[in-house]
Design a protein around this ligand. Structure first.
Ligand code: ZN
Length: 212
């Protein structure tokens, strides 16, 4: 099964607590299902703790930053089995038990949407659920700004490959895609749509242009 993971920089920002609430949720949902990325975040957290311990302030040179990224990429996969928690998952807390039964709004043809931005008060980003009927096609489209998506149910394919449940994909306004829901289930995704120009926000977000 193809696996599409968040990139190292997103994991670093997650580890440093710099991500917006919806972005952090997307990463968290992925981490809960991906031992590979969990172990990378564990490594980052340990490195972060070491750096915090080193007083006075540590300045990170370009070289050591590159070394840091290399270490994250080399982090061994964790063999820790997923522990099924009896507590509600972050997704259940947000959306209840049955994402298929939400008040979906039929949009074009096979596509339904549900804007859940109001669940993240104070965030500028739009947070949208999209559902593509099993076997259905979405019309070809581009994206304004950056769209970060995680697959919550089912799978879709487009020119970039096959995206299964918990796969992570970031699309920019340069990507034109025409997703098709594959498999027997409706494909449901959670997407965060960032405004095209975004200079406000956290320190982490200000760093973004330099980190891509
Ligand atoms: Zn992963």
């Amino acid at each position: 099964m193809t696996r599409h993971h968040p990139d190292s920089l997103s994991l670093m920002e997650y580890s440093a607590g710099n991500l917006s609430e919806p972005h952090a949720l997307c990463i968290k949902l992925h981490l809960d299902q991906c031992p590979h990325c969990r172990s990378r975040v564990d490594t980052l957290n340990s490195l972060g703790a070491v750096m915090m311990d080193q007083q006075p302030k540590v300045t990170v040179s370009e070289t050591s930053f590159a070394q840091l990224l290399a270490r994250i990429d080399e982090a061994p996969e964790s063999n820790t089995p997923m522990v099924e928690s009896p507590r509600l998952s972050p997704l259940q807390k947000l959306l209840g038990d049955d994402i298929n039964a939400l008040p979906w709004k039929r949009q074009l043809g096979d596509v339904s949407v549900l804007d859940i931005s109001e669940k993240f008060p104070g965030q500028e980003e739009r947070v949208v659920l999209q559902k593509l009927v099993a076997g259905g096609k979405a019309p070809a489209h581009t994206h304004r700004g950056t769209e970060t998506t995680i697959v919550l149910q089912g799978a879709f394919s487009d020119v970039k490959g096959v995206f299964n449940q918990w796969d992570f994909v970031v699309l920019t306004d340069e990507d034109v895609h025409k997703p098709v829901a594959i498999g027997h289930e409706d494909c449901i995704t959670l997407s965060i749509l960032s405004a095209p120009l975004k200079l406000t926000g956290t320190f982490g977000r200000l760093l973004n242009p330099f980190m891509r």
